[in-house]
Structure formats: structure tokens, C-alpha cells
Design a protein around this ligand. Structure first.
Ligand SMILES: [Ca+2]
Length: 401
């Protein structure tokens, strides 16, 4: 299988908000320690590309979002600052980690989503919040059983250290049988990963009431679980509001804060369904020259993820390779093009007992010959118990197995 890598390294990340993108802005860290960011000034830039650059501890580089005032109450609209990472290929990911910048405020609530179709559709992968029920409509302590292994959990954000690491398989019962769990193989597959920061702070007074809130509001919160933003519709800020003017006004009165992340990493392997030991760049990739990452498929498989059998190798159905069985696609390696004109007819393998099998494409292998016949003409496989070399009915006439 391909090497375990940080698939995010060097990949582009799209940020919905970047500090100083429309001119110099004052931002503050957790202490009253304020600075200016300005995206047009190389010394004061905090672009999204700093999320996936080399994570050098002696020279930490950070992405920072536009500063904003803290929410007035728990009913204030969510921030919805997002980071979208596109991997350009299916990967099987075992962790997603975010390292927050030194001295930066740790977010209270964030959601991680994944896409398996290059960003067309998204599904929740994990939530972090000090208020799981309120913000995401999910219990804080849910249990995963074999019946709901594809369910996103919410864990308490108050335990967030300077790094959060979501382990995709942790606590999921079938993780030990990963090779045989299509559900989990699907669960860890992603082409894109999106992090949405919903809350930097949760107002203190609301936090203290949380214990009662858990049960009393469980039902009220439930229908809004999947769409946190709906919960705040009609309250506070609207999409059309000029945030910059609000930010400027607020700077003098409240401590401005922001999201600040130094490293966005996703750990996993290029997805090849067990049929390749590496992924390679193919093609020129056009003007960018980046090419397209594709599995270097073996076992007679084909496709970007080795997700199907090569032509003329359909003698058994495609299957993912496991630790015990390569599940190689079977067929005849020889050139059959010269037999294309051969019409349907009875098949008589020249050598008794040299029968290899009949595949979905109607291929029939006998000794060193590869004879193309129409589907179903010679039946399916040798019936159990039928001895080799006996006459058998098949299509238009008897032939030998
Ligand atoms: Ca960095």
C-alpha cells in the first residue's frame, strides 16, 4: 500500500477569511497583545498557504482570519470561518489535525467535514465544542456501535490543547477489521476536508447553565443539528453586513480576536484499494504542470483508485485486496485481437482439464487458447461434481469441460 503521508503538505487551502485582505487591520492575541496584519505587506501577511507549508517549530508561520468582536450572547450568529483543503485524489485518512498559533485564542466550537466527490457534497466528520448540544445539536458523549460507525461525534472543546487531532477510526468497533469493513473504508475516504470555525468564544454566563441545558433543550435543538447556521437565522449580523466597518468601530472598545492556525495536517494514504504500492503523477496537468495523482495499479486492476479490473480480466469480480488475499483480477494475458472475428459457436477445449473459467465478458480460457464466445453460450462454470473431460451440454452442442 502507498506510504503514510501528511496529504495536506504543500496543497492549497481556501480560506473564507484572511487577516488584512482588504487593508491593514489590528488583531489581538489572548493577552492584550495587538499587532497589525496586512495581506499586501510581506512582513504582515498571514495567508492560507502558511497552513500547509513546512511546519518548522523554530519558524512558525500562521494563517489568521479577519479579527472580529466577541459575540454578545450565545444567540449571536456563528462565525462560519472556513478552511477548505483539496487533495485532488481520494485518500484514506486516519487523522486531521490543527495546530493553533502560539498565544492565539483556541476556538470554542468547530466542525470538520469531508467530501468524497471533489467538493460536490459534504458530510460531517467530527465536531468540537464546549456546547455540543447547543451549537451542533449532538450529545457530548455518544457511543459508536457497529450500527452507526459512519456517524460524526462531538467532543468537548474545552479540552482543546494547542493542537486538536481527530482520529477517524478511534472508538469505531470495526477499526480492527478495517480490511473487511466497507463502511469504515468509506468513512475514512476523502478528496477534500473542510474545517468550519463556528465559535471562538462561548459567553461565560451561558456556559454555567450548560448542565440543565443538556436535557431540557435536547429536543428543541435536535432538528437543527445538521445546519447550525439556521439556528441563528434572523439574529444579529447578516451576510450583507459590512464586517469591516463593524470591526473598525469595535477595535477601540473590545479586544479584537481572530482564528489563528499554524498547521493543518491530514494523515493517511493515497487510496488504491490495496492494489498499488504508490501513487504517481500522470500527465502534464496543463499549464500548472501539476499532473494528476493516480495509483500505480497492480493485480490486473485499473482506475485512479484501482477500483475495477483491467479489460479481459473479469474472470472473478473485483475486490479490494486484504492482508491475506491480493484479490487479483483474473484473465488471459495473451493478445486476443486476432480472434475478434470468431463467431459464436460450440467450444471444445483441446486439452481435457485445461478449463480456466468463464467470466462476465464471456471469455473462455482453454489451455493456451483464448476463445471469445457470446455470453452464456457455454453455460457458466463447470458444475460441482462434474468430472473433467466428460461431455457436457453447452449452448449449441456438447463439449468437453
Ligand atoms: Ca505553518
Amino acid at each position: 500500500m502507498p506510504d503514510f503521508v501528511n496529504a495536506a503538505f504543500g496543497k492549497p487551502v481556501e480560506a473564507s477569511s484572511t487577516c488584512g485582505s482588504s487593508g491593514p487591520v489590528r488583531y489581538c492575541d489572548s493577552a492584550p497583545d495587538c499587532h497589525i496584519c496586512d495581506d499586501s505587506n510581506p512582513k504582515r501577511r498571514y495567508p492560507a498557504s502558511f497552513l500547509t507549508d513546512l511546519n518548522n517549530l523554530s519558524n512558525v508561520t500562521c494563517w489568521r482570519s479577519e479579527p472580529q468582536p466577541p459575540p454578545a450572547s450565545s444567540a449571536a450568529p456563528p462565525d462560519n470561518v472556513s478552511l477548505t483543503l483539496s487533495l485532488g485524489k481520494k485518500y484514506e485518512l486516519t487523522y486531521v489535525s490543527l495546530q493553533f498559533c502560539p498565544r492565539a485564542v483556541k476556538p470554542d466550537s468547530l466542525a470538520i467535514y469531508k467530501s468524497m466527490d471533489y467538493g460536490k457534497t459534504w458530510q460531517p466528520w467530527h465536531f468540537y465544542s464546549s456546547q455540543c448540544r447547543r451549537v451542533y445539536g449532538r450529545p457530548n458523549r455518544a457511543t459508536i456501535t457497529r450500527a452507526n460507525e459512519q456517524e460524526a461525534l462531538c467532543t468537548d472543546g474545552s479540552s482543546m490543547a494547542s493542537r486538536i487531532a481527530f482520529s477517524t477510526l478511534e472508538g469505531r468497533p470495526s477499526a480492527a477489521d478495517f480490511d473487511y469493513s466497507p463502511v469504515l473504508q468509506d468513512w475514512v475516504t476523502a478528496t477534500d476536508v473542510k474545517v468550519v470555525f463556528n465559535r471562538l468564544y462561548f459567553p461565560k454566563s451561558d456556559e454555567e447553565e450548560d448542565e440543565d441545558d443538556e436535557d431540557n433543550n435536547a429536543q428543541r435543538d435536535q432538528p437543527q443539528a445538521m445546519e447550525p447556521s439556521l439556528k441563528y437565522k434572523g439574529l444579529g449580523l447578516h451576510a450583507g453586513d459590512d464586517l469591516n466597518s463593524l470591526v473598525t468601530t469595535a477595535t477601540t472598545t473590545v479586544s479584537m480576536s481572530h482564528y489563528a492556525v499554524s498547521d493543518f495536517a491530514v494523515g493517511g494514504r493515497c487510496k488504491c484499494n490495496g492494489h498499488a504500492s504508490r501513487c504517481t503523477n500522470t500527465g502534464s496537468g496543463g499549464a500548472g504542470g501539476g499532473g494528476q495523482l493516480t495509483c500505480d495499479c497492480r493485480h490486473n486492476t485499473a482506475g485512479r483508485e484501482c477500483e475495477r479490473c483491467k479489460p479481459f480480466h473479469f474472470d472473478r469480480p473485483w475486490a479490494r485486496a486484504t492482508a491475506k488475499d491480493a484479490n487479483e483480477c483474473k484473465g488471459e494475458d495473451g493478445d486476443v485481437s486476432h480472434l475478434n472475428g470468431l463467431g459464436p459457436g460450440p467450444v471444445r477445449p483441446a486439452v481435457s482439464g485445461a478449463w480456466h473459467g468463464v467470466g462476465p465478458a464471456g471469455s473462455f480460457v482453454a489451455s493456451h487458447m483464448f476463445i471469445k464466445i457470446s455470453r452464456g453460450l457455454c453455460g457458466t462454470r463447470r458444475p460441482a461434481g462434474a468430472a473433467e473431460g466428460v461431455e457436457a451440454e453447452g449452448g449449441r452442442g456438447p463439449f468437453r469441460w
